[in-house]
Structures are given as structure tokens and as C-alpha cells.
Design a protein around this ligand. Structure first.
Ligand SMILES: *[C@@H]1O[C@H](CO)[C@@H](O)[C@H](O)[C@H]1NC(C)=O
Ligand SMILES: *[C@@H]1O[C@H](CO)[C@@H](O)[C@H](O)[C@H]1NC(C)=O
Ligand SMILES: *[C@@H]1O[C@H](CO)[C@@H](O)[C@H](O)[C@H]1NC(C)=O
Ligand SMILES: *[C@@H]1O[C@H](CO)[C@@H](O)[C@H](O)[C@H]1NC(C)=O
Length: 562
């Protein structure tokens, strides 16, 4: 009798657990992975060689997934390009790709590996999730055959997509997302025709997912938050830091704060490419982050997050980004404005000449106001307040409104806007605001040594001021209100298949080349990437230079992100 009842009890118990299974909090994990790169990417390798390389990376991820699961993580995010690296041609990425089905098919690759053809990578990732009872998020490549019946079909007869996949804790494929906003050098992949708004529900909230450069766009990044009301975003990225405004940790944490969602950001790790900076960010603040330009190691981070932050009493209120700035009269002074470039955008700057003051600087429709007090005005450091209101046009076109206070690289005002790593000037008080024409403004403060400013020392008020609150003097390197005006973005550029016209086929593909030189303790390195058939960007240069003492600060040139 007893034995025959036992299974029923188990069934009832399981049902009970499922029905009350909703969790108020969960443990998130992200892994910054130092990707093991293929030996060659200019020409295709065999499928076996490709799998060998991918398995080396998955071996590393496997150890990390086990460790995260042991520490109680419910979900782990691994980086974009984390399984095979980044510089490929259309042909040389091909042996790394698998056909990834729509999750609707209800597939557990670990249990049924042959169902959709040869898919060893999906099988392994699914087993990692299943064996460790943890959601696993990874970035791999998808291939989809097409033919002449589709006028967009590339000449080689297939689409290739940069793809995020999610396997649930039972190993089932629950999400597949094709990156919509490819970054210029990604000549190996095709742009999907339409953006995909991928979400899925879990006992610990509703999730959305997108990749790297997508974070600059409305579609899908903002749409998935505003229209689908997700609680958390999964964000694999391969982000190349570029100061002053586009460093991974400050930018991503600002996005989570402004969009009022959790963001689980996993970056690749490669110091010579200036790729580092991962973290777990909540609407009310940074939970954990990692930035390391000293070693070549990966790093696992875990943090507890609220499953449904918008239901919590401490959920931050929406900010009216222009309320304060529009309510005051511009500060008048005898200042003289001057132009300066930040990442190919021409800002209007004004210098902060005294230890305390009020300034307004305007460009087009945007006026930026600053009230500040320094501990001391140093003669060996120059600071400027800058405004930009215009279309950014390098590596993509997106409309910006930016107010920034930053340290110039030297006391020569022509260097204002160029990257700089350390500062001695301390700000005891500051209040930065702007007459933004958008509600999408990302607030960031970076201190000397590219440290994130601790949240207890500043606040974003509901009327749109980024201001000091503790009176603790802060060695500010840069602070910014980085606004995106989506309505003024040009329509998405024509996305021809990257294969180009069929008579270009034999020129198809890319080349890359590296040059380095040393001069006066300064090292410069440039990577030229050319795709003869790329319709938009035939050649681009990724470059940076570094001084031995503060090398992590000197990323310059084209190409902050992948
Ligand atoms: C790359 O080259 C190294 C050294 O020649 C070799 O040990 C390694 O197995 C190669 N990797 C792959 C994936 O073929
Ligand atoms: C190729 O075209 C035929 C019709 O011309 C169609 O039936 C078939 O499904 C197409 N194959 C692919 C992979 O799109
Ligand atoms: C970092 O990336 C560059 C460019 O892809 C590569 O040449 C270099 O070997 C990588 N560094 C490490 C430690 O893998
Ligand atoms: C800046 O403006 C405030 C009022 O907004 C005023 O109290 C303060 O004295 C001004 N500071 C300077 C240095 O002009």
C-alpha cells in the first residue's frame, strides 16, 4: 500500500513546487571569458578543426558553469563571440555554424541530439544546462539555406547570423536571437530582415535578450523593455572600450539605470583589444562588475537580483530628463566656447577656469548646465563642459544629445575629448543637467583610474540632475548625460546581402592586417579590415595607442564595439 502511494505523493509534491515556484529573487552569473582564438581565420578550416577550437572554449565555460551552479546561480551569461572569436570572413566562419531551430520546436538537444542535423555545440550547451540545472546563455552562429526564390539570398545560398541561444535548466532551447544591429566589421554575418523581439518567462521573472551594438538602438533594445515589460536583459557583448564616453561598465550600468531593468552583461576579455568590463546591473545600482587591464584571465561574477524589480518599493521613479534644465535661465558668463572632438563628433566646449562656477554651453537645441565646486583649481589639469546635439555618422548613424564634464588630456584645450586615464582634481559638488528632447538619457560618472563612481556619492534627481550628494571629493575623469534621440535616427541603412553583386563574388571576403610601432614610449597598433564586397564600409581601421604608464586609458580610433 505504502509503496503504491509513493509515486502519487511525488507527483503531488512536484506539482506543488511548480505552482508556488515563483521566486522573489534569483542569483545571476556572468562570465568574462578570455576567448581562445582560432589559429587562422582568413581561410576556412575543416569542420573538425572548427569543432576542436569551439570545444576548447566550451571546456572553459563548462568549468565555470559548474562552479556558478554550485554557488547557487540560476542563470549564467557568456559573451558574444565567446566560443570562436571575432575576425572572420563569410567563408571562414562557415565551419563554425550550426542550424539553430526556432525554439517553438520544443527541443532538448542533450536528449535528442540528431533531430536537427549535426549540432554538437548546441548539444553540449544543452547538456551543460541540464546536468547543472542552470539556464545557460551563449552566443554562436546560425546558418539558414536560401535560394533564388528569395531575392535577398546571398550568392553563396545561405544566411549566416550572429545568434544568442538560451537553454533552460532542463536543457531545452528556450530562446534564439539573431543580432539585428551588426557592427561594421562583422562582415561574416548577415543582417536579419526584421528585428526579433525575443522574450521568455522563468520562475524568476521575464527576460529579454540582445547583443552588443544593439544597445545603441531603439529596436530591439528599448522596444523589448518598453513594450514587453521584461524584468531582466541578457546581454552577451564583445565590447572594445573607448574613453571618454564608451567604456563598457559605465555605459552598460547607465543603460540599466535609465531603462530601469536588470542587465546581465558578459564581455569578452582581451586586453590588447581593450575588451574588458562585465557586470550585473540593477535599476537601483551596480551589483558587481569586473574591469581588468592587467591580466589575461577570465572572471566569474555572481549577484542576487530581484526577479521583478518594478514591483519592489525601492524601484526608482522615472526621470524627467529636461525638467530642471528647462526651468532655469542659462548661466551667463564671459566664457568663450571652443570646438572639440569626441569619437568623431564635434562638441562645443567651455573651460572651467575657476574652482567654482556656473556654466551653460549650448549646441543646436541642447543646452547643458553645470554648477560645480572643486577642492582646488589645479594649474596642471584642465576641465571642460561640452554639449553635442547631432547625428553620429561613423560606424553607424545614430542621433545623440550629450552633456559632458570631462578632464582634457592635457592643459592644451585642443585635447579636450581625447581619452585620459587619471586625474587629481577633486569635485566636492556638481550638478549637471540638459534640455534634452528625449526620455532616453544614460547617466555615467567615471573616476580617476577608470573606476566607476560609487552610487552613494551621487544621485540622479527626478528632475534630471546628475548631482553630488555626499560632499566626498571625487577625482572625476568624466561624467555624462548621454542621450539618444531615436526619432531623429535615419531609417535603417539598406541591408544588402554582404556577398554583394554576383559578379563581385571572387572578391568576396575580408582581409585584416596588423601594424605596431614604438616611438617615445608610445605604442600604436592598427588593424585594417577590408571587405571588397561590403556594400557600406569597404575598409575600416581599428586602432589604439598606448603610453606605458596608463595604457588602459588610451583606446582611440575607430571601432569601440563589436
Ligand atoms: C593552434 O596551433 C597550436 C600550436 O601550433 C596548436 O597546439 C593548436 O592545437 C592549434 N589549435 C587548433 C584549434 O587547431
Ligand atoms: C528553394 O526554392 C523552392 C521553390 O523554388 C522551394 O520550394 C524551397 O523550399 C527553397 N529552399 C529553400 C532552402 O529556401
Ligand atoms: C587578443 O586579440 C587579438 C586580436 O584578435 C589577438 O591577436 C591576440 O592574440 C588576443 N590575445 C589573447 C591573449 O588571446
Ligand atoms: C551659481 O549659481 C547659484 C544659484 O543658482 C549661486 O548661488 C552661486 O553663487 C553661483 N556661483 C557662482 C560662482 O557664480
Amino acid at each position: 500500500m505504502i509503496t503504491s502511494h509513493f509515486p502519487k505523493c511525488v507527483v503531488i509534491f512536484t506539482f506543488f513546487v511548480l505552482s508556488v515556484g515563483a521566486l522573489d529573487t534569483f542569483t545571476a552569473a556572468v562570465y568574462e571569458h578570455a576567448v581562445i582564438l582560432p589559429n587562422r581565420t582568413e581561410t576556412p578550416v575543416s569542420k573538425e578543426e572548427a569543432l576542436l577550437l569551439m570545444n576548447k572554449n566550451i571546456d572553459v565555460l563548462e568549468k565555470v558553469v559548474k562552479l556558478a551552479a554550485k554557488q547557487g546561480a540560476h542563470i549564467i551569461v557568456t559573451p558574444e563571440d565567446g566560443i570562436y572569436g571575432w575576425i572572420f570572413t563569410r567563408e571562414s566562419i562557415y565551419p563554425y555554424l550550426e542550424d539553430i531551430p526556432d525554439p517553438k520546436v520544443n527541443w532538448i538537444p542533450c536528449r535528442d541530439p540528431k533531430r536537427f542535423g549535426y549540432s554538437p555545440v548546441q548539444e553540449r550547451l544543452s547538456c551543460l544546462a541540464r546536468d547543472n540545472s542552470i539556464y545557460v546563455v551563449a552566443n554562436i552562429g546560425d546558418k539558414k539555406p536560401c535560394n533564388a526564390s528569395d531575392p535577398q539570398c546571398p550568392p553563396d545560398g545561405r544566411y549566416q547570423y550572429n545568434t544568442d541561444v538560451v537553454f533552460d535548466s532542463g536543457g531545452k532551447l528556450v530562446a534564439r536571437y539573431h543580432k539585428y544591429n551588426l557592427f561594421a566589421p562583422e562582415i561574416q554575418f548577415d543582417f536579419p530582415k526584421d528585428s526579433e523581439l525575443v522574450t521568455f518567462d522563468t520562475p524568476f521573472g521575464k527576460f529579454g535578450i540582445f547583443t552588443c551594438f544593439d544597445i545603441f538602438s531603439r529596436d530591439p533594445a528599448v522596444v523589448v523593455v518598453d513594450e514587453f515589460q521584461v524584468d531582466s536583459i541578457l546581454y552577451p557583448t564583445a565590447w572594445y572600450n573607448t574613453l571618454p564616453l564608451l567604456s563598457a561598465v559605465p555605459f552598460h550600468s547607465a543603460w540599466a539605470r535609465a531603462m530601469r531593468v536588470n542587465l546581465l552583461a558578459a564581455n569578452t576579455h582581451n586586453t590588447s583589444m581593450h575588451m574588458t568590463g562585465s557586470g550585473i546591473y540593477a535599476p537601483e545600482g551596480v551589483k558587481v562588475y569586473h574591469y581588468d587591464m592587467e591580466t589575461e584571465s577570465g572572471q566569474l561574477m555572481l549577484a542576487e537580483l530581484k526577479s521583478r524589480p518594478h514591483r519592489e518599493p525601492d524601484y526608482p521613479a522615472a526621470v524627467d530628463w529636461s525638467a530642471y534644465a528647462r526651468s532655469i535661465k542659462p548661466f551667463s558668463s564671459e566664457q568663450s566656447d571652443f570646438p572639440g572632438m569626441i569619437y568623431f563628433d564635434q562638441f562645443t566646449f567651455t573651460e572651467l577656469k575657476r574652482d567654482t562656477g556656473n556654466h551653460t554651453v549650448c549646441q543646436e537645441d541642447l543646452c547643458c548646465h553645470l554648477t560645480y565646486k572643486m577642492s582646488e583649481k589645479r594649474i596642471d589639469e584642465a576641465y571642460a563642459l561640452g554639449a553635442f546635439d547631432g547625428l553620429h555618422t561613423v560606424e553607424g548613424q545614430y542621433y545623440l544629445q550629450v552633456c559632458t564634464l570631462l578632464k582634457c588630456q592635457t592643459t592644451d584645450l585642443r585635447t579636450c575629448g581625447e581619452p585620459v586615464g587619471s586625474s587629481f582634481t577633486k569635485f566636492e559638488e556638481f550638478s549637471l543637467s540638459g534640455t534634452f528632447g528625449t526620455s532616453y538619457v544614460f547617466p555615467q560618472i567615471v573616476l580617476s583610474g577608470t573606476q566607476l563612481a560609487p552610487e552613494k556619492h551621487y544621485e540622479v534627481s527626478r528632475d534630471g540632475r546628475l548631482r553630488s550628494r555626499s560632499g566626498v571629493p571625487l577625482p572625476v575623469l568624466v561624467m555624462a548625460l548621454y542621450g539618444r534621440v531615436f526619432e531623429k535616427d535615419p531609417p535603417r541603412l539598406e541591408m544588402r546581402p554582404l556577398g554583394g553583386d554576383s559578379d563581385d563574388v571572387d572578391h568576396e571576403g575580408g582581409t585584416s592586417m596588423k601594424e605596431g610601432f614604438i616611438e617615445d614610449g608610445e605604442r600604436a597598433e592598427y588593424t585594417h579590415m577590408c571587405s571588397l564586397s561590403h556594400p557600406l564600409i569597404p575598409c575600416i581601421t581599428l586602432g589604439f595607442r598606448e603610453k606605458d604608464d596608463h595604457h588602459q586609458m588610451q583606446a582611440i580610433g575607430l571601432g569601440p564595439i563589436l
